[in-house]
Ligand binder design. Structure first.
Ligand SMILES: CC(C)(COP(=O)(O)OP(=O)(O)OC[C@H]1O[C@@H](n2cnc3c(N)ncnc32)[C@H](O)[C@@H]1OP(=O)(O)O)[C@@H](O)C(=O)NCCC(=O)NCCS
Length: 229
């Protein structure tokens, strides 16, 4: 084996549903990335049947039982944050090493994005903002200055988060949401498509509309409201 082959890492995407396939496509098209990896396939508890028949990337195993190897790097691509936490936790406990995806992302001065954050195209993280582990930020989303986004949270495409906003852990923000400055979004909250949020959102609340109002409180489970693809 040559030196370059020895160094090459296997990239494994966790989740083979819609989001997983979008991330795989972005990984493959990311000519500027220059990473020393090759895409091995997906981990998905649903197996090969979750993929379209003509998809040439295989499901190679189940995230709940997969045993990570040293040369493997994992990329989270499960839309529902609660489900993402469930599928990533066994891998984390077994010492899996994660990696990020940053195609055409603008990151401001002193912004701190954890190494496992996956960005869609053309997203922006402004100055002095922190994005915690296993967060997904979809295409054309903007996170303002001095914000914090908690672990596992999902930020939908074309969302705009103003400065100083704190977003908790496992929050689902559907596409096209606007969040006003300085607000706090509690853990496990869900914000419906296109909502304009002008008040703090309590933990576990499902809010929607303009202005966004609490529709109901959720259990911290795999509710349909959290499903992003
Ligand atoms: C989270 C979501 C699925 C919940 O929708 P829901 O289950 O229909 O919500 P509810 O049943 O509580 O709806 C209550 C009412 O609000 C309406 N409503 C639902 N989502 C709404 C939204 N985002 N904005 C305005 N009104 C909305 C419903 O039509 C319903 O109206 P009605 O009582 O007149 O029939 C929805 O808000 C949403 O965001 N959908 C988009 C998901 C999506 O496309 N994600 C991106 C994937 S890539």
């Amino acid at each position: 084996m040559s030196e370059s082959q020895e160094e090459m890492k296997e990239l494994i995407i966790v989740g083979a549903r819609g989001l997983g396939r979008c991330v795989a496509s972005q990984v493959r098209g990311d000519a500027a990335h220059g990473k020393d990896w090759s895409l091995s396939g997906f981990l998905d508890s649903g197996g090969q049947s979750v993929l379209p028949a003509n998809c040439d990337i295989p499901v190679i195993g189940d995230p709940m039982t997969w045993v990570p190897r040293e040369n493997q790097r994992f990329m989270p691509a499960v839309g529902n944050p609660v489900e993402k936490k469930k599928y990533l936790q066994p891998l984390i406990e077994k010492g899996a090493l994660f990696t990020d995806l940053r195609t055409m992302v603008r990151v401001g001065d002193r912004a701190n994005c954890a190494f496992s954050v996956v960005f869609g195209m053309n997203s922006e993280v402004s100055t002095d903002t922190t994005i915690d582990e296993y967060v997904y930020i979809d295409n054309n989303a903007t996170i303002g200055h001095d914000c914090y986004v908690g672990r596992y949270s999902h930020i939908g495409a074309k969302t705009f988060v103003a400065g100083g906003v704190r977003i908790g852990e496992c929050v689902t923000i559907h596409p096209g949401v606007i969040i006003g400055k300085g607000l706090t979004i509690g853990d496990n909250a869900v914000i419906g498509l296109g909502s304009i949020v002008m008040k703090d959102v309590p933990a576990n609340a499902f809010v929607l509309g303009n202005p966004a109002r609490v529709v109901r409180m959720l259990d911290v489970g795999l509710e349909a409201e959290r499903q992003t693809d």
